[in-house]
Design a protein around this ligand. Structure first.
Ligand SMILES: Nc1ncnc2[nH]cnc12
Ligand SMILES: [Zn+2]
Length: 322
């Protein structure tokens, strides 16, 4: 039972955290037919490409600053109820432009939601700006320049998400250099839909302190050793990986093997309702299905706080709260 354990999360896409009932509420508000993406109260998709389409359609149901405030507040309040003291949400300022409110209003809404949840529950939240791989390097550089210009106290990191099988990591080094130079923490999706080479590319070209997923590093023993030796933190999301069929089941998921090899691992939910999971459930899976002890799981939570993109006084306060 992990219900009583304190928790921390480094990897959850905020639009991917929208509970279907909230998405339905938004669809009613804007008179959108969602029968193609929500059935029997669950999101409907078949494979990664279809998941991304469904994700984008859900994201488009949130259209105002207030909608985004509501989404962030709802998610962080749910996390806090499960004992979570820290959460980094992955956000996409480009999306603010897609829906017509602009990136500033998008971030303002999310920041208001993070603030409201903190006021109610004490949970600490930060935002990680992501660029989207399938939107290409030019869009990525524009977003990085935006992040550099638009400093925000709650925006503390930079990520690359989207279709890992498109473009090369090297195409995005300039965007990451811009983000790093303005002081943002660096993480990158790699080793999820593509294999170990993708993780190696990410380490070589981007030099991140964390990797989003990274689990397919398991295909290359030298790479696993490098990750352990360099202390790169893996934001693992087992429920997401099984749902997207990266691994057929939890028994074949490499979390245990990576942990035993000395890699620094953390537990995360990715896009929880899309993958029929939650951070609470990921902790339960680690405990009940993968056999990690409470001490081992607490160690993962400590790793998450050690690797969090926060200022040092906040890190000390969070560590003290564990
Ligand atoms: N699991 C995932 N991988 C890559 N990009 C994503 N965007 C939202 N969820 C994602
Ligand atoms: Zn992700």
């Amino acid at each position: 039972m992990t219900a009583y354990l304190k928790k921390a999360e480094l990897h959850c896409h905020i639009e991917g955290a929208a509970p279907p009932p909230l998405a339905i509420e938004m669809a009613r508000k804007y008179n959108v037919d969602v029968s193609g993406i929500i059935r029997d109260g669950a999101y409907v998709w078949t494979d990664f490409s279809h998941f991304i389409k469904c994700y984008d359609a859900v994201a488009e149901l949130f259209r105002t600053e207030e909608d985004y405030a509501l989404l962030a507040e709802a998610y962080l309040t749910e996390l806090a109820a499960a004992g979570t003291i820290y959460s980094e949400i992955i956000v996409s300022p480009d999306h603010g432009n897609t829906i017509g409110i602009g990136s500033d209003a998008y971030l303002r809404g999310l920041a208001a939601g993070i603030g409201a949840a903190k006021e109610k529950t004490g949970i600490e939240g930060r935002m990680i700006i992501t660029i989207i791989r399938h939107m290409g390097p030019e869009a990525a550089e524009r977003t990085a320049l935006y992040a550099a210009k638009r400093e925000h106290p709650l925006v503390t990191g930079f990520n690359l998400a989207g279709e890992e099988r498109m473009h090369k990591v090297a195409d995005f080094t300039r965007a990451f250099d811009i983000a790093r130079d303005c002081g943002l923490g660096i993480t990158i999706h790699a080793g999820e839909m593509a294999g170990a080479f993708s993780v190696r590319d990410a380490l070589d070209h981007v030099r991140p302190s964390r990797i989003s997923h990274g689990v397919r590093a398991i295909e290359d023993a030298d790479l696993v050793k490098r990750i352990a030796d360099e202390g790169v933190v893996l934001e693992t999301c087992p429920g997401s990986n099984v749902s997207l069929q990266v691994f057929p089941d939890f028994a074949s998921h490499p979390l245990r093997a990576l942990y035993e090899a000395g890699c620094r691992v953390t537990l995360n939910s990715d896009d929880p309702p899309f993958f029929h999971t939650s951070l609470k459930q990921e902790y339960e899976i680690a405990s009940q299905v993968m056999g990690f002890s409470d001490d081992e799981i607490n160690g993962m939570t400590r790793t998450a706080i050690d690797a969090a993109f926060v200022d040092e006084p906040t890190r000390r306060r969070l560590l003290a709260a564990l």
